[in-house]
Design a protein around this ligand. Sequence first.
Ligand SMILES: C[S@@+](CC[C@H](N)C(=O)[O-])C[C@H]1O[C@@H](n2cnc3c(N)ncnc32)[C@H](O)[C@@H]1O
Length: 218
Amino acid sequence: MALSPGETAEGLSPTFLELLRAEPLKELTVLDVGTGTGPLALALGPLCHAIVGVDRDARAIAEARKRAAAAGLANVRFVVGDVEVEEYAPFKPEMVVAHLCVSDAIAERAGRVLRPGGVFAFVAFHTDQWKETGRPSRFAYGEAGVRRLLRRCGFAIEHLEVEREVATFESVEQALAAAVALREQWKADGRWFRYVKFLEEGGRTLTRARLVVKARKA
Ligand SMILES: C[S@@+](CC[C@H](N)C(=O)[O-])C[C@H]1O[C@@H](n2cnc3c(N)ncnc32)[C@H](O)[C@@H]1O
């Protein structure tokens, strides 16, 4: 699907980046959980004191390290780890960020590690993301669910917004072409067949929906 207006080539929301830039990043050590190949960590590297990206996918971490070296970012490092099992204290983060990797276990760990005033900011899949495939991501939240979770973990919400984009197609072929990059992943997890059924029954949309959230430890 096409990028949203202003979205970076790696899919980072301008609103999200603006919320992060409003913090005194130059003074902060930041932890990026579920960093993948590091798009968020690499975008924040030049702006913050230090940033560590953690992901359990060793290949993604190797790629992230290569990209940091190519960009000459000495204050960005990447670690292989499970962000839903390990505690975050060893990284001494003053801010925790996540881009499309948010779960109860992650919010609980962010809540335990951050001091009062510390920011936990993330973009999460909304439960409407790809709703035409009939299966929300395990990382998806609705507005009420994310409010409950953050309150339980000791955070006050400063920003909560749903960024939603519904693409409408004129034909089944057009709708399939729009999702072609996802076909293998969706075939593996059963979503492709549900999407095809949705199209056969006359559906002609594909929804992208994300929650953009900034919360502060009370
Ligand atoms: C949708 S990708 C987002 C990657 C990256 N933040 C980005 O915006 O491109 C989700 C990432 O979370 C990672 N992930 C999922 N569960 C994890 C866990 N328990 N511990 C560490 N990484 C995890 C996956 O390996 C994957 O790289």
